[in-house]
Design a protein around this ligand. Structure first.
Ligand code: ATP
Length: 914
């Protein structure tokens, strides 16, 4: 076996010698040998270096502004002789830090697991058979295939190559693709050898076969990846906004704290240490502790829920952007339709044939009159079938058992052509040997055709298949009933009329042509693709996906516009768009050619009304996306090919197809659909909206308790200390870092509120903390809780001979009164946790107990309150005392009226506005 060398070292080794050195052959490795090599060389994966250390992440949670403040406060409390308070403050700080760390860790785990859900595949030749394997299982000596759009899985030596261009920017930074071929040339600089391709680079066009030289960490890419590690997590705009918000609120809280500190010293004449602790209460009451980790966790949970619905997002920020999406530019084939091509007609100048049988099961027939057609009976139909299978890079493996789907290695369009020929009992392998392929000009979505040159009886003949409009433009003759004659204007009209007839029914056509070539000439693509002889059309059906109707209706209800941007023909596109309800039949169809000639102003005007883009090249999507963005839209755009990458990058949400998409498209995208289904985009948008509204819900919930927590300090100050502080600092901490935590988390996991997809998209620059939330938190829920808790405090005092009581001598009355304030706030928060679950809908409609996390949180709150009241140690630390029967009655009477008041308010909000 070989000793370690870099791929470049093999560039000048002749292929035969390389086979020997790597103990492999043109038929590939045996599966046994693969196992041996996997054990020797390991999996073909790149291990990133050290992650950000968990320890650092852990410590970070104890060094935030809030945490430092609490550490210092503990020290001051200690010096002021309040040992219990000091310990309690530190304990709370510790619990909060651990909790935040756990949340961040859970969020990180959630996003990391997504990467494993997207394996990269490679086609290899093993045991003489073409197979699709996980790229991680590729070993040195494997013979593998490279197609345009693939990311190259190993450093490899080219055995054959057709028009191969490789984008090596990941290695060299050079974004202009390099031409590669089997002929060695050293090229300029590193990685420039023409016959070597490198892992981590991508094939921009063409195709090739190569022998893997180095895999995994032995590749050049692996070596570089080892050196450069950037694991910096991306911070989403929402997290940034919250960071900023927390900082601002903290500053405000500290300013108020300083003010209260000064007032306590000079106005109430409190000692300094006591004043500090008092002011600290205000600060703690206002700072939204735990907000950021909770947001991060709920974004990550959103990401996980999206993954379950077949949408993998790469970045937390995509979750928010999805919720803002106003326009989706969508491909047609495979996204809106099933990509289950079945040819059901053949059109030849001499006649029209019906093809029976659905899908990829070879049980149909081509009908010639009343007779099933067998290959070899008729020259023009035979030729069409011959072109169909020879100008074809797809293999279809018959299902092993009845009822199983056939396996397709390649594209559904080409698979349909193979199945068509099988229906006429054409023997593919005999034909491939008899008419071997000499050259190929691969398909690209610009030309919309593919050409191969086959040797037919020793003579080179070009076989071409592709979109009819382009093909007809370069055809000069026609094969009509076995005779070649000039293609007249009348023929053209005749062919186009036939094609339009099918297209108007939503069917897709593919045209076939050929040309006999001069054996001597050295053929270029441009020279071959002209002067063709037109043969005929295959007509295929690609039915809309079943889920599409509901998904489109949902988008329309949610004010999200769908614009179809397809490479298919205008009539087919329009027919499908109308059928699935994307547009009315009044929609304008703009073709790629028209788009190219349109000024920006015209395009803008066109985009303002219903339209469909057909026969466009993927590059043109970029312009459409850019224009829509300049019109203030938030655009999601789908794509699968190499040329879709710029539009995917440009779009606010680039959506790549997981099944049929190229690696290049997946790299450029923000979101990958594992089922290629348009309906999954809509599900992801709904999830995005839900996550955002849940974050607003728990923000509202945590802000609710601010006012009732602050009110006691204000009462204390303005009575110049005559009214003892109704809520102690420790008790404020209990609410903010104890009882509020779990229900808040539960709100982050709330399911979509009914009707969330019946509202227009959120404005792009809308703030998370808006006036509605501030009003509801401070002017409504907060105010009610502040009033109720103050009443509770005075009721206890009043029952104990207020105002005669003396704080020091009252023997537990003060403790009981502050406990009452605390308990009322907690009971108000219980109602608030339930009330915050919906913005408009009735709580009873979504089910009072449907969010178990919230119910669990509420139970926890009550247990914690009971523990504080009844456990002697906690009583001592938290300055609490047990409450009595009447007080409990007051407490228990709080939640229900609060729920009913809110239900009435929501009912009023829901009422139809005329
Ligand atoms: P969409 O962009 O909505 O997914 P599409 O798949 O039809 O639509 P392209 O893949 O760009 O778009 O194909 C454009 C046209 O090229 C097709 O309508 C068809 O006529 C032709 N075509 C597609 N695949 C092949 C192929 N393998 N060989 C030759 N021509 C093809």
């Amino acid at each position: 076996m070989k000793e370690f060398k870099t791929a470049g070292d093999y560039a000048q080794v002749p292929i035969k010698q390389l086979y020997q050195q790597f103990e492999t052959s043109a038929a590939g490795l045996s599966s046994h040998e693969v196992q041996v090599r996997l054990a020797t060389y390991g999996h073909n994966t790149i291990q990133r270096g050290q992650r950000q250390s968990q320890f650092k992440l852990f410590i970070k949670n104890f060094t935030s502004l809030m945490a430092i403040l609490l550490w210092i406060s503990g020290i001051i409390a200690l010096f002021a002789g309040m040992l219990e308070l000091a310990i309690a403050i530190w304990a709370v700080n510790l619990i909060n830090g651990v909790f935040s760390f756990w949340q961040e860790h859970a969020a990180q785990k959630a996003t990391n697991s997504l990467r494993q859900m997207l394996p990269a595949y490679t086609q290899v030749l093993r045991d003489g058979q073409q197979q699709q394997i996980d790229a991680a299982d590729l070993v040195p000596g494997d013979i593998f295939t490279i197609q345009a759009g693939n990311s190259i899985s190993a450093d490899a030596y080219l055995i054959s190559a057709t028009g191969l261009q490789v984008d090596e920017s990941a290695l060299t930074g050079e974004s202009v693709p390099e031409s590669k071929s089997v002929i060695y040339h050293p090229g300029d600089g590193k990685f420039a050898e023409t016959n070597i391709v490198y892992a981590g680079t991508t094939a921009a066009s063409g195709n090739a076969q190569a022998i893997a030289l180095n895999t995994g960490m032995n590749t050049e890419f692996g070596q570089i990846a080892q050196l450069t590690q950037n694991q910096r997590p991306n911070v989403s705009p929402l997290q940034k906004e919250l960071n900023h918000l927390t900082q601002q609120i903290s500053l405000l809280a500290i300013s108020i704290g300083v003010l209260f500190f000064i007032l306590a010293i000079f106005f109430v004449h409190y000692p300094i240490a006591k004043s500090f602790i008092f002011a600290l209460g205000m600060i703690v009451a206002f700072i939204p502790e735990g907000l950021l980790p909770t947001v991060t966790l709920s974004l990550a949970q959103g990401v996980q829920r999206m993954a379950k619905k077949h949408a993998l997002v790469k970045d937390l920020s995509s979750v928010e952007t999805l919720g803002e999406t106003t326009v989706i530019c969508s491909d047609k084939t495979g996204t809106l339709t099933q990509n289950q091509m079945t040819i059901n007609h053949i059109w030849l100048p001499s006649g029209d044939y019906v093809v029976s049988g659905q899908g990829y099961v070879n049980n149909g027939q081509i009908m010639l009159g009343q007779q099933p057609y067998i290959f070899g009976q008729k020259h023009d139909l035979d030729l069409l079938l011959q072109i169909s299978v020879l100008n074809n890079n797809t293999t279809v493996k018959a299902p092993a058992t009845v009822g199983e789907q056939a396996k397709i290695l390649g594209t559904p369009t080409e698979a349909a052509l193979i199945i068509l020929a099988e229906k006429a009992q054409l023997d593919l392998s005999t034909l491939q040997t008899k008419l071997p392929r000499q050259q190929e000009f691969p398909f690209d979505s610009e030309r919309k055709r593919m050409t191969t040159i086959q040797l037919v009886n020793g003579q080179p003949v070009a076989y071409i298949k592709g979109a009819l409009d382009g093909l007809l433009a370069i055809s000069t003759t026609i094969l009509d009933n076995g005779q070649v004659r000039n293609l007249t204007e009348q023929d053209r009209r005749h062919i186009l009329a036939a094609n339009d007839h099918y297209a108007a029914a939503g069917l897709r056509s593919l045209a076939m042509a050929y040309r006999e070539l001069n054996p001597q000439a050295n053929w270029t693509q441009a020279a071959v693709e002209q002067g063709l002889t037109f043969v005929g059309l295959t007509i295929m059906a690609d039915p809309p996906r079943l889920e599409i109707y509901a998904a489109v209706a949902k988008c329309h209800a949610a004010n999200i516009r769908i614009i179809m941007v397809t490479g298919d023909s205008a009539l087919t596109a329009k027919s499908i768009a109308c059928k699935i309800g994307i547009t009315s039949d009044q929609a304008r169809v703009v073709t790629g050619t028209e788009l190219a000639n349109m000024s920006d102003a015209d395009l803008k005007a066109a985009l303002s009304s219903e339209l469909i883009f057909a026969r466009v090249a993927p590059e043109q999507k970029y312009r459409v996306v850019t224009m829509l963005q300049s019109m203030g839209e938030v655009v999601a755009s789908t794509g699968d090919g190499v040329n879709d990458a710029p539009a995917l990058k440009k779009a606010d949400i680039g959506v790549a197809m997981g099944m049929t998409g190229t690696d290049v498209a997946k790299d450029a995208a923000d979101m990958i659909l594992t089922d290629d289904n348009f309906a999954s985009i809509v599900a992801a948008i709904e999830e995005g909206r839900t996550v955002y509204s849940n974050i607003q819900k728990f923000l509202l919930y945590i802000l609710n308790s601010n006012l009732p927590e602050a009110a006691p300090s204000v009462i204390f100050l303005f009575s110049r200390g005559l009214i003892p502080l109704p809520l102690t600092v420790m008790q404020i901490l209990t609410v903010d870092l104890g009882t509020d935590m779990l229900p808040a988390l539960g709100l982050g996991a709330e399911r979509s509120e009914p009707g969330i997809m019946e509202q227009p998209p959120r404005k792009h620059n809308a703030h998370l903390l808006n006036r509605r939330i501030l009003w509801t938190a401070f002017g409504w829920y907060g105010l009610i809780a502040a009033v109720l808790s103050t009443i509770g405090y005075f009721l206890v005092n009043y029952a104990n001979d207020w105002p005669q009581i003396n704080l020091a001598a009252s023997g537990g009355v003060y403790q009981q009164a502050t406990t009452m304030t605390l308990a009322v706030i907690i009971f108000c928060q219980i109602a608030a946790a339930l009330n915050c679950r919906t913005q408009y809908s009735s709580l009873f409609k979504i089910g009072l107990f449907s969010n178990r996390k919230i119910i669990g949180g509420i139970v926890f709150e009550i247990l914690l309150l009971l523990a504080l009241m009844y456990l002697p140690t906690l009583q001592l630390i938290f300055n609490t005392a047990p409450l009595h029967g009447a007080e409990w009655l007051y407490l228990l009477a709080i939640p229900l009226p609060l729920l009913l008041i809110e239900e009435t308010r929501k009912y009023w909000l829901r009422r139809p506005v005329n």
